[in-house]
Ligand binder design. Sequence first.
Ligand SMILES: Cc1cc2nc3c(=O)[nH]c(=O)nc-3n(C[C@H](O)[C@H](O)[C@H](O)COP(=O)(O)OP(=O)(O)OC[C@H]3O[C@@H](n4cnc5c(N)ncnc54)[C@H](O)[C@@H]3O)c2cc1C
Length: 328
Amino acid sequence: MPESRDYDVIIVGAGPAGMTAAMYAGRSMLKTVVLERGASGGELLNTEIIEDYPGFEHIEGWDLAQKFESHAKKFGAEFHQETVITLEKMPDKMFHATTDNGVVYRAKTAIITSGGTPIKLGVPGEMEYAGKGVSYCAICDGAFFKQHIVAVVGGGDAAVEEADFLTRYAAKVYLIHRRDEFRASKILQNRLFENPKIEVIWNTVVDRVEADAQGLVNNLHLRDVNTHATRDLAATGIFIFVGFRPNTGIIEGHVDHDDMGYLRTDMNMETSIKGLFAAGDVRVQLTRQVTTAAGDGTTAAIAAEKYLAAMRSAGDEPAIVATGGYAV
Ligand SMILES: Cc1cc2nc3c(=O)[nH]c(=O)nc-3n(C[C@H](O)[C@H](O)[C@H](O)COP(=O)(O)OP(=O)(O)OC[C@H]3O[C@@H](n4cnc5c(N)ncnc54)[C@H](O)[C@@H]3O)c2cc1C
């Protein structure tokens, strides 16, 4: 029999959304567990410097992550380093999160804050120089490239929109696309073609990202997909927008989501499953930032608390063991 542990709320993921939700749930005196497959921080751990989180003009990603975690723990949230394999609502209304350790965490409500993963090009130098010129977020990192020559890779809305955005900072933006037309909407394309700082390089892929002796990106090795001719592009930044995959495998198929897999929620962050909330990058929304993740986490935790209170007052609560583990 797998070990089972009971809580008021299970939070999947310890990124900014999950840790903010944990802080609010703890403050509401809910017995809260955060299940995180890696170290706490989520995408903060892939971000060298954050300059757009209010109250911190300049803070390292790992430092902000530690502050989020200790703040949530201060209010009683438990953190466990385990990967959630499945998250299900059972007929008795309890949510079961089963982890790779074979433990079943049970709670009356659950908040999924599992974020998403930018799709990589998979070329040499990409991972090695991430944060040293390779970026997946123009809003986050654009300001570090004032008067630089940068390249954007992709052909969808995100690539076209972010190339335009980057011209606020960069002296010149190359948009590299492997086809001879964009998938992006016409209105975004029109704005792009009217921008004199942008030059499109069609039918081309990046084969390799190269850096100087300090490990900062200084060159992109390009290849024409038709002629196979290669060339160098002296750029100090490369922004990759070839897709973003929400981490929804644990719940997929049971819950309403858009075509890209992002979870749909109402204004209380509640998904199509009653009592299951989603917050942060994993849900459908306009933008994905630390501030929006924290805001979503706040709403989700408060809504989860109200959901539990409504259950209690309706005498509709599932039976729950007080504390500790027992076998199901
Ligand atoms: C390179 C980069 C730089 C960025 N820079 C900035 C910036 O400067 N400013 C800014 O505001 N935003 C920035 N962002 C965006 C910001 O980091 C995200 O919007 C934010 O982290 C989203 O928080 P989240 O909690 O929703 O998801 P995430 O941060 O993605 O956290 C999700 C967590 O869930 C965990 N998880 C997923 N699946 C499971 C599972 N099955 N079991 C257990 N755990 C699981 C993951 O390990 C992860 O820790 C940047 C993003 C990137 C990629």
